[in-house]
Design a binder for this molecule. Structure first.
Ligand SMILES: Nc1nc2ncc(COP(=O)(O)O)nc2c(=O)[nH]1
Ligand SMILES: Nc1nc2ncc(COP(=O)(O)O)nc2c(=O)[nH]1
Length: 525
């Protein structure tokens, strides 16, 4: 049990009211991801529990007993009528009866571990207890980055530990100040039967000495495979000739895979450049499905090093693409053109979703580019501090608008661990606003806010940027033809990655794979 007595006066918990709790999960045996999905599923199917939101997934080396497999950890926030000891019983039932955990010794391997981290009464006040069976808050939170990091994705920076009276966000920062390599976490995003892996590390800024998390894992390349006659840059006329597209893909992949472990291919059957004609769903399906099937049945493409993405905002296309083996749904509409697409993602917790910022639709987005309103009614944070001091209204407005989409995504039971963030270069941004966007990535990556009493954090969400061959490049560098903008795109990619972008979407994959290799060496190790 913990090493503290009870300084706070608990309120009396009544059985009927809905309380809140945050549970930590961990698994390092078998299909760790599936064990976690199953345990959250069992919680959400229990009549006295409602799962509110889950955190990102973090992989880390075993902390106490070293000789075992790495763990996959995270946290989940629930509402429950259960009292603490009943909730503990439910966790044990899920661990031992449902998911066949066998405990050989303390800190040993387990299919699933569900710990109660914090518990709040129906007024949101901390409930504290310390008995031989149960200690709340969990006594070992403050030494565990694999608990504190996911926990701080779910609670706002003012939430304090009821015993230390210090904000959990400060405890996390202090833990990283020890610069203990054991505390380093890899963040995993499931993409079908694979995972993308991202690593942040808290670093001192060389000038200010201030510490902040920076992306330290190599950025991924996402190659554009536009199967459309009118895509503004590479609308090849034989777009629906499978053999031609496959050979183009192989030519694209071979040099890139000599430099990068894994390449994402983003298949698009309906161009989304400003003002483009939106083809019918039937036409879009007839373009993309044959290509996806040709790739997944190819014997020459190294499929173990390829992740397929579908560039669509249509739910039926997303569903069909997932069935055909796609691991990422790349929806430029942020789930606004066809909100049903979010339901498709909630049915497939192992498929990633690119949550993009846009305003209006393909026709109207270029006229919705005023970002002056200050969201004074929203409490905003940057790196755990009140965002008022940060005067970058443009990025904070984009952050707020993405967070309100994120709120909708959570309401549709999509997991946070599925999300990749894309602030939408060229979507409701014109001219130099796209430069402001690229400059503002460090701020966006550390942005969080409270909307309608819900804390929504963009921290730890990987950022995808799509600058390739876009109009702002052509206008500034006077390159009228899109297909002539690859060299200039390579330069912009460097700044994107330097500012924290984790995935870069480009057309000229084999050329830019070379510059990205250099850029990753420069910024990411
Ligand atoms: N990386 C990592 N290491 C670990 N070591 C021990 C325990 C044992 O935890 P317990 O005290 O809650 O049983 N859990 C983990 C874990 O979840 N992740
Ligand atoms: N996630 C994401 N997807 C995208 N899809 C298409 C385009 C338009 O470019 P294209 O017509 O050359 O593909 N840009 C993006 C983008 O910036 N981000």
């Amino acid at each position: 049990s913990g090493d503290f007595d009870l300084p706070v006066q608990n309120s009396v918990l009544n059985r009927e009211s809905w309380k809140t709790a945050i549970l930590a999960f961990g698994s390092n045996i078998g299909d760790r991801f599936q064990n976690i999905v199953d345990s959250i599923g069992l919680l959400s199917r229990h009549g006295d529990v409602e799962v509110l939101t889950s955190s990102s997934l973090f992989e880390s080396e075993p902390m106490y007993f070293k000789d075992q497999q790495p763990f996959l950890n995270g946290c989940v926030k629930i509402k429950t009528t259960l009292l603490p000891d009943e909730l503990l019983k439910l966790c044990k039932k899920i661990e031992y009866d449902e998911l066949n955990r066998v405990k050989h010794f303390d800190n040993g391997p387990r299919t699933i571990d569900l710990d109660i981290i914090t518990y709040y009464d129906s007024d949101g006040i901390d409930y504290v207890m310390n008995t031989t069976e149960l200690t709340i808050p969990h006594p070992r939170i403050l030494e565990r980055s694999f608990v504190l990091e996911p926990l701080c994705e779910l609670i706002d920076p003012t939430s304090i530990h009821p015993i230390t009276a210090e904000p959990f966000h400060n405890h996390l920062r202090q833990l990283y100040e020890d610069e203990n390599p054991e505390d380093i976490l890899w963040k995993l995003v499931p993409v079908g039967n694979k995972f993308l892996r991202f690593k942040n590390q808290w670093e001192k800024d060389s000038l200010t000495g201030l510490r902040r998390p920076v992306s330290k894992s190599p950025a991924y390349l996402m190659g554009v495979v536009n199967v459309t006659p009118d895509s503004f840059s590479d609308g090849s006329n034989n777009y629906n000739d499978k053999e031609a597209v496959l050979s183009k893909i192989e030519k694209m992949l071979v040099p890139a895979l000599e430099l990068h472990e894994l390449i994402i291919l983003d298949i698009g059957g309906c161009s989304t450049r400003p003002g483009s004609l939106q083809v019918s769903e039937k036409e879009e399906l007839s373009r993309v499905l044959p290509i996806i099937q040709a790739i997944t049945s190819s014997t020459t493409i190294p499929l173990d090093k390829v992740v397929l993405s579908i560039d669509t905002y249509r739910s039926a296309v997303a569903e069909a693409a997932i069935s055909a083996g796609v691991g990422i749904i790349n929806d430029i509409s942020g789930g606004t053109f066809e909100p049903e697409i979010l339901g498709v993602l909630s049915k497939h917790p192992n498929v990633a979703y690119v949550l993009s910022h846009i305003r209006g639709d393909i026709e109207s987005m270029s006229s919705k580019t005023s970002y002056l309103a200050s969201g004074s009614e929203v409490v905003e944070y940057v790196l755990g501090k009140e965002g008022k001091e940060i005067d970058n209204n443009f990025i904070k407005t984009i952050g707020r608008e993405i967070c309100s989409r994120y709120k909708d995504v959570l309401k549709n039971k999509v997991h946070r661990w599925q999300l990749i963030l894309d602030p939408g270069i060229g979507f409701a941004k014109i001219g130099s606003q796209n430069l402001d966007l690229i400059r503002g990535i460090p701020l966006l990556k550390n942005y969080s806010c409270i909307i309608d009493n819900e804390y929504l954090s963009l921290v730890n969400l990987p950022v995808l940027l799509g600058p390739s061959r876009k109009k702002f490049i052509g206008d500034i560098a006077k390159i009228p033809r899109a297909e002539d903008r690859d060299f200039a795109t390579g330069a912009i990619v460097s700044t994107c990655v330097g500012n924290g972008s984790d995935i870069i979407r480009v057309h000229a994959v084999s050329e830019i794979s070379k510059s990205l290799k250099l850029i990753n060496e420069l910024y990411r190790n």
